[in-house]
Each structure stands twice: as structure tokens, then as C-alpha cells.
Write a protein that binds this ligand. Structure first.
Ligand code: ASP
Length: 354
């Protein structure tokens, strides 16, 4: 009996450090995470947007709808093929966004909107989740593919963000394709500027809500086969912007964010709100500090926080497990996604082209 007691005592002494350690440890209450989703780690994942806004089926012609669907499908195809081959996330972001920048349907690169002074000033950014390196350009007027210039800033300079003439000089020095600013002229976007100015005269609102004023910013987020996350965003900004206004697209943490511990995000919408609410970083932070799933974090920021303050738009995102979230609080958002389990292109609600 005495022996048994002393054995129990020794055992207690041995276990004491473990018991006390566990008592002090914060319980891992992960009630919010969708267990089923995170258990399945996808080999790769991609999400793309082509802008958010008052995109309504009733205002769309079948031809226009088809053009957008074809372009988004093609962008998805380019990205997914590269990811399947095991290509690096940053290369995928650059290739997908360059394709969209070269397509005048989108408000990025070739199809950029006009400023109040009848110019096109382009913004873009890119970020890598593994190193958390990032690069951005703002207000460039002659760089054909701002996303490549943003990548050059990240990889070939000691800086994160370059703007205006300096950014243009840097891009030229680094061999980026430089074009005559007239390259960015499109009739459709010029007409939008004229409409915006006419409306401003009567309403006083410089960014008055009109479907054509800004829609078509582009962005991409990926998880590559090495488990690395990356994101990028490119835009012409908002029609009728002035005083060298720069939106959220080139702001790391607002328009673009990637962190291998959490997620990769690209935003689109009324940039001033996305900057003030540090939208892309906020989603990542909620995952990191509150243990929320990507879907919960993204929904909270887009459909609660922004809605309460009147900020319209949406984001596309992928997490480190390859889950995808594409919330938007505007009636539509051109968007596409793929991972080995699911694939799709959408414009309005969740149903296909409805
Ligand atoms: N976020 C962009 C900006 O404010 C515009 C957009 O995404 O529609 O510049």
C-alpha cells in the first residue's frame, strides 16, 4: 500500500509540469473553421476578378456577356494550365493579369479609364506570400503592362512602391515595354469620362455611380504547387479621378496582399474605402488572429464592415489550403476560380450567368 502511494506520488510529480503547462495554454477553440474544408488541401488554386460594380443582367447584351465570359475563361485557362505544370505563383499572376491588361474590355492596361484631365494613369501591385515581398507602381501613363513593372519594382529595386515619372523611368530602365500614352485611348472609356463630367455638373459627385465609370479592374490570387501564395491587382482607377488620385490597387494591404500563413487577396471596388479599411490585410489578419476561415473573414470584411460604411466592391481570394472565397457586396463582379475540385466563371449572383 505504501509502495502504491509512493508510486502515485512519483507519477504525479512527473505529470505536474505537463498538467500545469496545459492549464496555461490557451484552448484551441477553432469553432469557426470549417474543418471539412481545411482538411482537404488542394494541390493548387486560382481566383481571378475583372472588376465589381452595378453589373446587371438587364443592362447586358448577350454579345457583351459572352465577351466577358470568354475573356475570363481564357484568363482562367492560362492560369490553371501554368499551375498544373507546377509553375511559380508569381509567374501565373503576371501572365494572367497581362492577358487581362491587353484586353480592352477591362479597366487595366489597354482599357484603362480616363482621368478628369483626359489622361490614363495606371496603378498595379503584386505580392508574394512566401517572402512577403511586394512591388507596386502608381499613376504611370506609358507602361504597357503595369503588373510587370510592379514585379520589377519588387525584384529589381530596394523599394515597394514607385509613382509617376520616377516609376516610368524605372520601368524603361528595366526594359519594360513603353508605349505612346495614346495606346490607352478607347472610345468607350472616353465617352464614360464625358458622361461623368456632365453628371458631375448636375450632381457635384465626381465618382457618380454609373456602370461604366470604373468597372473592370483586374486581379488574381493563387496557391501554387509548392504551397506558395501570391496576388496581384491592376487598374486604371476611377473615371474622372484628378489630382493624381491613386486608389487601393497599388496599396499593399488594401488592394493586394499575400501571406503564406493565411491567404492571398486582390480587391476591386471604391478604392478610398478599401484603403481606409485595409481590406486585403484585414482579411488575412482576421484569419491569423481570430482563427477565422477564409470565407468567414472575407465575408465579414466585405459584407459587414464595408457595407455598414457604404464601401462597394468585392475581393477574390485563396487560402493556404486552396479554398477560394469571392464575396462582393455590389450586384456583380466578373470572377472566375479553379482548384482540382471545382471550377467556374460568374458575373452576377452565385448561379451561372444569372
Ligand atoms: N479599386 C479601383 C480604384 O479605386 C477601382 C475598381 O476596382 O473598380 O482605383
Amino acid at each position: 500500500m505504501k509502495n502504491q502511494q509512493s508510486n502515485a506520488f512519483i507519477l504525479l510529480l512527473f505529470l505536474l509540469p505537463f498538467i500545469s503547462l496545459n492549464c496555461h495554454k490557451r484552448p484551441v477553440v477553432n469553432k469557426s473553421v470549417d474543418k471539412k474544408k481545411i482538411l482537404i488541401k488542394q494541390e493548387y488554386a486560382i481566383a481571378i476578378h475583372g472588376g465589381a460594380g452595378t453589373i446587371l443582367k438587364k443592362n447586358m447584351t448577350p454579345e457583351k456577356e459572352k465577351q466577358y465570359i470568354d475573356a475570363m475563361t481564357q484568363a482562367l485557362e492560362i492560369g490553371e494550365q501554368m499551375l498544373k505544370k507546377g509553375e511559380e505563383g508569381l509567374d501565373v499572376i503576371e501572365a494572367v493579369i497581362m492577358y487581362l491588361e491587353d484586353n480592352e474590355l477591362f479597366n487595366a492596361g489597354k482599357g484603362a479609364v480616363f482621368t478628369h484631365d483626359e489622361k490614363n494613369e495606371l496603378d498595379a501591385s503584386i505580392m508574394e506570400g512566401k517572402t512577403m515581398n511586394a512591388g507596386a507602381v502608381g499613376g504611370v501613363t506609358n507602361v504597357k503592362n503595369p503588373i510587370s513593372a510592379a514585379r520589377a519594382v519588387m525584384e529589381q529595386s530596394a523599394h515597394v512602391m514607385l509613382v509617376g515619372k520616377g516609376a516610368e523611368k524605372f520601368a524603361k530602365d528595366k526594359g519594360q515595354e513603353i508605349v505612346d500614352p495614346k495606346y490607352f485611348y478607347t472610345k468607350k472609356r472616353f465617352k464614360s469620362l464625358e458622361n461623368a463630367k456632365a453628371k458631375e455638373k448636375t450632381t457635384g459627385d465626381i465618382f457618380n455611380e454609373n456602370p461604366d465609370y470604373k468597372y473592370g479592374t483586374v486581379g488574381c490570387a493563387v496557391l501554387d504547387k509548392n504551397g506558395n501564395l501570391a496576388a496581384g491587382t491592376s487598374t486604371g482607377g476611377m473615371t474622372n479621378k484628378r489630382w493624381n488620385r491613386i486608389g487601393d490597387a497599388p496599396i499593399i494591404g488594401a488592394g493586394t496582399y499575400a501571406n503564406n500563413q493565411t491567404c492571398a487577396v486582390s480587391s476591386t471596388g471604391h478604392g478610398e474605402y478599401f484603403i481606409r479599411f485595409a481590406v486585403a490585410h484585414d482579411i488575412s489578419a482576421r484569419m491569423e488572429y481570430l482563427n477565422e476561415s477564409l470565407e468567414e473573414a472575407a465575408n465579414h470584411v466585405i459584407n459587414k464592415k464595408l457595407v455598414e460604411k457604404g464601401g462597394s466592391g468585392g475581393i477574390i481570394s485563396v487560402d493556404k489550403y486552396g479554398n477560394v472565397a469571392l464575396p462582393h457586396n455590389s450586384p456583380g463582379m466578373y470572377r472566375a476560380w479553379a482548384n482540382p475540385e471545382s471550377r467556374g466563371v460568374r458575373i452576377y449572383g452565385d448561379a451561372e450567368y444569372e
